[in-house]
Design a protein around this ligand. Sequence first.
Ligand code: GCO
Length: 404
Amino acid sequence: MKNNFPEGFLWGAATSAYQVEGGNCFCDWWEWEESSGKERSNQACRHYELFKEDFAIASGLGHNAHRFSIEWSRIEPQPGKFVQEELKHYFEVARVLGGLNIEPVVTLHHFTIPLWLAKKGGWENPRVVFYYLRFVEKILEILAPQVKYWITINEPMVYAYHGYIAAAWPPQKSSLFRAAQVKKNLLKAHLGAYSLIQDYYRKRNIPAPSIGIAQSMQAFVCCEDNFRNRLAARLRHYLFNLEFIDKAIGKNALDFIGVNYYTRSLVDVKSWGIKGLLLDICEKHKNFPLNSMGWEIYPQGLFDLLCLLKVYNIPIIISENGICTQDDNLRWSYIYEHLKQIKLAIDKEIQVKGYLYWSLLDNFEWDKGFAPRFGLVEVDYTTFKRKARDSAFKFAEICRANSL
Ligand code: GCO
């Protein structure tokens, strides 16, 4: 059938612990918000207490998958001290999802780290790989049999860029050398986690899970079609979109590519320096509608990227795709137009296996605070009441029918 998605396609939404749970006071972001004067995450959406209600809403919206992350600083607020009731909490989270026939897709690192680790140098410190794998082992002990899909690291390049080049996120460094160290340790952590998780399942005769990375990808489009812009677009596509997953695939340590896609980037190089080649963008020729953070809505970019990923010949899950907007009609057209592009890719034999909308709930958008509203479900941050938007019900019809 021309509009049908493959049998068993994963339909749902994504969140991350720090952005929705609330009260994550043992992590680097919590301390950074206080010291930098940024908007506080505070209770976020109170998802830590309200997760059963949220998953019931997701189930009612026809979702068969849900991506969430584990807050490392909850599990290990002090080095080597693992909190049993927090481990039990995430066991319960996965159990409730399973009880609703919703496949858990579990992210092990989604930007935040325990404060004690940040004070030891965080992802710059090579010993972080040991700490991360020790944490992953603890999570496996409570989640392994329930989880078929693991995401080891969310957006390694975004994390390295914002925290170690742009100095926009903690630890607010601005050093290509430090960023390179962080990237190297993130890759080592992924490779270590890949082996650890696969060995853990194999030794216990649990069917092998699928392990991926959620890679932020942008469509790099030349503003003016000249040699310098074409070179810069190819360079950025490789460095930002592909390099990290390329290295994981090269080590046979990636079962699926998680694609976090939102927008395109207009390449407009003003000078031949490395900064110009890697960072110069055009702000004036934004010819497409924008989200509330000024990101262009460019669904075709997702199709173009999926075609470029076909060469890897491994499954792809759209682990994030979404729009922050006050206009729910725009949210719905964003979802529908991107799903059309995914279907076009699937019709070209590209192995897309799932679509997880960002986000189930309105939530804390990092240094942008609570203003950007991404949710299928509106959250009143005073009463914490949830209200599914019209777009959520339209998306639900596609989830249930497995068809556009
Ligand atoms: C990211 C993160 C999410 C964001 C989302 C919207 O990609 O930055 O995974 O935490 O909230 O992408 O910016």
